[in-house]
Design a protein around this ligand. Structure first.
Ligand SMILES: Nc1ncnc2c1ncn2[C@@H]1O[C@H](COP(=O)(O)OP(=O)(O)OP(=O)(O)O)[C@@H](O)[C@H]1O
Ligand SMILES: [Mg+2]
Length: 246
């Protein structure tokens, strides 16, 4: 369980202090998927920095299974908004970070091969990130997070750079993997549709500094042909209303 109590985060910059998150309180059960939605600049990425241990200077209390966040002892799969690939490592080395592996592709196990294949990057393994398109880099970051079989998966708009069809394939792949491993997931998105398709619960954040406006139970989770359903229309209107008022 992830437990967040009175979490506030401020950045110190040249122009003084910017409050990015304002007293966030939420519990997320082990194995659950929460999507977070909110306007640009409301602190979504900041929340993931706290949960992944990148930011440790905050007010409030954040624990994962009763312990403080520590990437050295917890397996955290992190997909950053700017992908977070290491420029001096090849695709293969980037995807295998955190694995104990041989230095050529003979070190790939079946699961890694399956992921690389599903993500369509198996032919790019020897390239460097600068030799990839944005969407390809994003898929490498996704592969790395999935391959490590994390206990906690933190995804910051992971499918934003993909075309519509690829995005739908990736959403389906993600749900498949989530079902197989029931990994606790926080999924950040700008898209109301994506929040409705992928979140068992949807957390709606206010304009900056981010506060939780509402945590919504989502009857649309994993529904096929979502866009043709009445529940979808009702929920979509409801989320937009909450966002507009925030
Ligand atoms: N290093 C920093 N120094 C000062 N202010 C920062 C810094 N990083 C982020 N901020 C500010 O903190 C706030 C939250 O930023 P954050 O990146 O978490 O937003 P976000 O919700 O992820 O936005 P987006 O949807 O555009 O990705 C913003 O107002 C941003 O300008
Ligand atoms: Mg962000």
């Amino acid at each position: 369980m992830i437990s967040i109590r009175d979490l506030s985060v401020a950045y110190q910059g040249n122009l003084g202090e910017t409050l990015a998150l304002d007293k966030i309180n939420i519990d997320i059960a082990t194995g659950d998927i929460y999507t977070f939605i909110g306007p640009s600049g409301c602190g979504k990425s900041t929340l993931l920095y706290v949960l992944s241990g990148i930011i440790s200077d905050y007010n409030g209390n954040v624990t994962v299974n009763g312990r403080s966040v520590d990437p050295r002892t917890q397996r955290i799969g992190l997909i950053l908004q700017n992908y977070g690939l290491l420029p001096w490592k090849t695709v293969y080395q980037n995807t295998m970070l955190g694995q104990r592996i041989k230095h050529d592709r003979s070190g790939l196990d079946d699961y890694s091969r399956y992921i690389l294949n599903e993500l369509g990057i198996e032919d790019l393994l020897q390239r460097y990130p600068r030799e990839l398109s944005g969407g390809q880099q994003q898929r490498v970051a996704i592969a790395r997070a999935f391959i490590m079989k994390p206990d906690l998966l933190l995804m910051d708009e992971p499918f934003s750079a993909l075309d519509a069809i690829t995005r739908e394939e990736m959403q389906a792949l993600f749900l498949d993997i989530w079902q197989q491993h029931s990994v606790t997931t926080i999924f950040i998105t700008h898209s109301v549709d994506e929040a409705l398709y992928l979140g068992r619960k949807i957390v709606v954040l206010s304009d900056a500094p981010g506060r939780i406006l509402e945590v919504v139970d989502n009857p649309c989770f994993q529904l096929d042909n979502l866009r043709f359903r009445d529940e979808y229309y009702a929920m979509s209107v409801r989320l937009r209303n909450i966002l507009n008022k925030g």
